[in-house]
Design a protein around this ligand. Structure first.
Ligand SMILES: Nc1nc2c(ncn2[C@@H]2O[C@H](COP(=O)(O)OP(=O)(O)OP(=O)(O)O)[C@@H](O)[C@H]2O)c(=O)[nH]1
Length: 292
C-alpha cells in the first residue's frame, strides 16, 4: 500500500463555502464561517488521518482587492499558501452562476504546480438537473484534475472528496503525529472564536474592524482563565461591541465562552476588554502586535 501525505487548501470567491467544507471535513469548529465575505483571516491547519494518507488542510483568507496594508498582507499570504500546497480545491457553489471571480481565480491557479480540483459546493441547494449543468459548466471553466460535487451541510460526497484529495498527494511518510488535529496555537483559535462572537449580528457595521488578542491564559485546577482584548478602530465601534449597559459584551462573552469550552473541553472563565486601536488596519506596528 502506498502511503501519501501532503498539504491541501480550498480557495474560491467569498461565500463559496470554503470554511463550512473545511469544518465538515475536520469535524471540529476551527475555522470561521459566516454569511459575509472575508472572515477567515488566519492560516489554520487541520490534520486529517486516514489509514493510507494524511491530509494537512490549510485555510486561507480570500483574495480581494487590497485597499489597506492588511489587505495587501492577506493577498501575499494567500499566494504564498497556494505555492506551498500539493492540492487545491477550487470551490464553486452549485447554486450560483460562474462569474468573473471564478474565472480570475482559475487563471491564477493554472500557474501553480499543485493539482487543482474543482469542488462544486452546496449541492444540497439545487436539484439533480441543475447540479449536472453546473458540473458541465465548471469542467469547461478550466483544466481540472477532477470535478467533485459536495454538500458540507448534508455530508454528501465529503468522504469521497477526501479520498480524491488523498489520491493527488505525493508519496510521503506521515508528516504529523496521529493525535494531531491542528497545529495552530490554541490561543489563536480562541481569539478567532471570540472574534466570531463579537461580530455576530453586527457584521454589517464592523466587518473588518475587530481584532482579538488573547493576553493571558492560565489553568487553575479544572478551570481555564482567559484574558483577552477586543480591538476596534474607533470609539463609536467600541460602543457597538459593548452595547447598552454592557449587555452586548456580556452576550459576546457568554457565546465565546461556550465555544471555547467546546474547543478545550473544560470550564472557562473569560474576561474581555474592548480597546480602541486607531486605524490598526493601516499601521504595521499594530498589525504585528495583532499577529498579522
Ligand atoms: N445549504 C448549504 N449552505 C452552505 C454549504 N456550505 C456553506 N454554506 C453556507 O454558505 C455561506 C458561506 O459559507 P462559508 O463557509 O462561510 O464560505 P467561505 O467560502 O468560507 O466564505 P469567506 O470566508 O467569505 O471566503 C454560509 O452561510 C454557509 O452556511 C452547503 O453545503 N449547503
Amino acid at each position: 500500500m502506498t502511503y501519501r501525505a501532503g498539504f491541501a487548501c480550498f480557495v474560491g470567491r467569498p461565500n463559496a463555502g470554503k470554511s463550512t467544507l473545511m469544518n465538515a471535513i475536520i469535524g471540529q469548529k476551527i475555522a470561521i464561517t459566516s454569511n459575509k465575505p472575508q472572515t477567515t483571516r488566519h492560516v489554520i491547519r487541520g490534520v486529517l488521518h486516514r489509514p493510507e494518507a494524511q491530509v494537512v488542510l490549510v485555510d486561507t483568507p480570500g483574495l480581494h482587492r487590497p485597499r489597506t496594508l492588511l489587505g495587501e498582507r492577506l493577498n501575499d499570504l494567500v499566494r504564498s499558501t497556494w505555492s506551498e500546497v500539493d492540492v487545491i480545491g477550487l470551490c464553486i457553489p452549485a447554486d450560483e452562476a460562474i462569474g468573473r471571480g471564478d474565472r480570475f481565480i482559475t487563471g491564477e491557479l493554472a500557474e501553480l504546480k499543485a493539482s487543482v480540483l474543482a469542488v462544486v459546493t452546496k449541492a444540497d441547494l439545487v436539484d439533480k438537473k441543475r447540479l449536472a449543468e453546473q458540473l458541465v459548466a465548471v469542467s469547461e471553466l478550466g483544466e481540472f484534475a477532477e470535478v467533485v460535487p459536495v454538500s458540507a451541510v448534508s455530508g454528501y460526497q465529503v468522504e469521497t472528496l477526501i479520498d480524491v484529495i488523498s489520491g493527488y498527494l505525493p508519496e510521503s511518510p506521515q508528516l504529523y503525529p496521529d493525535d494531531m488535529l491542528t497545529d495552530e496555537p490554541e490561543q489563536v483559535l480562541i481569539a478567532e472564536l471570540i472574534r466570531e462572537a463579537a461580530l455576530e449580528g453586527v457584521r454589517d457595521e464592523l466587518p473588518h474592524s475587530i481584532a482579538v488578542v488573547v493576553e493571558e491564559m492560565m489553568r487553575e485546577g479544572a478551570l481555564t482563565k482567559i484574558y483577552a482584548d477586543v480591538y476596534v478602530e474607533r470609539q463609536s465601534q467600541k460602543a457597538i461591541v459593548i452595547g447598552a449597559r454592557a449587555s452586548r459584551l456580556k452576550e459576546v462573552g457568554t457565546r465565546a465562552r461556550h465555544e471555547i469550552e467546546g474547543l478545550i473541553g473544560g470550564k472557562v472563565y473569560l474576561d474581555l476588554h474592548v480597546r480602541v486601536a486607531k486605524d490598526w488596519q493601516r499601521d504595521p506596528k499594530q498589525l504585528r502586535k495583532l499577529g498579522f
